[in-house]
Design a protein around this ligand. Structure first.
Ligand code: PLP
Length: 432
């Protein structure tokens, strides 16, 4: 399918009679460059859900001959996001527009239940985790609690800090219930524990950890709560003030379907004076520095989380983040979260229906899951099953991390139950 352009939009309106989207019409336009607008698609919402999701799929430039079931690695952006990135870049390249990305802080803050002065723009989750990991005051022998299910982005910064500063890392395996996970964390806490640095939703099996309870426990014991939030925004409702974490590092290029290479770090306002600032430049100061004085004057850090980042950002990319949040708000975030949960549940039912052939590693507990399912096909090598699926044009993810030898399915609103049916038919034939 081509990119949407104004001519195609006019053609669409002519041929559809404006917003009279029907199943037959969708079949016809699918594979052409006629794309109904989001507003037109929205008219189907609550009238014909099946058609609504089918029409919405046309907003994504995904291929027709392969099925993408790997949103956990990268969330494809819909056309309005791609268009906004282009326009933001053109504004710079055509008219010399510079700056303007700070307004995205407020947009992100509103979306995740924070204040705009608590959001620092970053380029990915890893940036935010490094800022948080290096910014908390730790000395040799201080203990930090992580899971055995870390992504390299939350493992390596802490392992590096252990190497360079001599901190001690303790780990636990996430349990099949939120209550037991909390118990496991509690039992690792000692007098030397200074931080709990866990993923909200580990990449391995997409289990939702009880973040609010973890942060409460940390707070009661005077321990920092440093959350890896790679998979939170866009998959489930977020209210960071309610969660009570000290920091939350995330990106927009997964579940929020934003441009790749855009992220943010939330730093709780009251935590700002504790979290040291190492990476500074334009925007992270209060504009009082002056090298011509003797001695040179520094001024102070910015009175916001802007103190954690400085320098030029990409206006186009952050305009794309704005558009991604607009996309969510136009459809309605809850409608999206419900659909993600519905597809995740459907995939889980299908896995469970495979009986003894499968080992499901994502909890079935309602509060501990959403759009991701991790599993093993018993007695097989996950890398080989992954390749088999890839050859059949189904893109999933192999989980090589931490010796897990498992597979991961992650589904978003552009997926359908029909795609999952087709995937499970293929998976069921593995080895036959
Ligand atoms: C749980 C988790 N943490 C951290 C990261 C790193 O994210 P980024 O590549 O945006 O730095 C990922 C990426 O998949 C992840 O799944």
């Amino acid at each position: 399918m081509g990119q949407p352009n104004p001519n195609n939009r006019r053609n669409f309106i002519k041929s559809s009679g404006a917003a009279l989207i029907s199943a037959t019409f969708l079949k016809e336009v699918s594979g052409t460059s006629l794309i109904p607008s989001l507003q037109e698609i929205k008219t189907l919402s609550d009238k014909d859900e099946t058609l609504f999701w089918k029409a919405l799929r046309l907003q994504f430039p995904l291929q027709k001959d392969s099925t993408y079931l790997n949103n956990g690695t990268m969330g494809p952006s819909p056309y309005p996001v791609i268009e906004a990135v282009k326009k933001g870049m053109m504004d710079g390249d055509q008219f010399g527009a510079y700056g303007g990305w700070e307004s995205t802080q407020k947009k992100i803050a509103d979306f995740v239940g924070a204040s705009d002065d608590e959001i620092a723009l970053t380029h990915n989750v890893t940036d935010g985790i490094n800022i948080a990991c290096w910014g908390i005051p730790l000395k040799k022998g201080d203990e930090v609690i992580l899971t055995t299910h870390e992504h390299v982005g939350n493992a390596f910064p802490w392992l590096n800090r252990r190497k360079l500063d001599g901190i001690v890392i303790k780990t636990f395996e996430p349990a099949s219930t939120a209550a037991e996970t909390l118990n496991r964390i509690n039992s690792l806490i000692s007098k030397k524990t200074r931080a709990i640095a866990v993923p909200h939703i580990p990449c391995t099996q997409g289990q939702i950890l009880p973040a609010k309870e973890i942060c409460k426990l940390a707070h009661e014991k005077g321990i920092f709560s440093i959350i890896d939030g790679a998979h939170g925004p866009g998959m489930i409702h977020l209210d960071l003030h309610d969660m009570g974490c000290d920091t939350y590092a995330s990106c927009t290029h997964k579940w929020l379907l934003g441009p790749k290479g855009t992220g943010f770090l939330y730093v709780r306002k009251e935590f700002r004076e504790t979290l040291q600032t190492y990476f500074v430049g334009a925007g992270s100061d209060n504009a009082k520095w002056n090298m011509a004085l003797n001695p040179p004057e520094m001024g102070t850090y910015a009175d916001s989380s802007h103190r954690y980042y400085g320098g030029t950002q990409s206006l186009g990319l952050y305009k794309g983040v704005d558009a991604a949040i607009d996309f969510f708000n136009t459809i309605g975030p809850d409608k999206i979260y419900n659909r993600i949960f519905e597809l995740g549940s459907y995939a889980q039912e299908k896995l469970l229906a495979m009986g003894d052939k499968i080992e499901l590693i994502t909890p079935t507990e309602y509060i501990s899951r959403a759009g991701v399912n991790g599993f093993r096909l018993k007695g097989t090598d996950a890398a080989k099953v992954y390749q088999y699926c890839a050859d059949k044009k189904f893109r999933i993810r192999v989980v090589h991390e931490n010796g897990l030898n498992s597979l991961r399915l992650s589904t978003h609103i552009y997926n359908s139950k029909e795609e999952l049916d087709a995937f499970f038919e293929v998976l069921g034939k593995y080895g036959s």
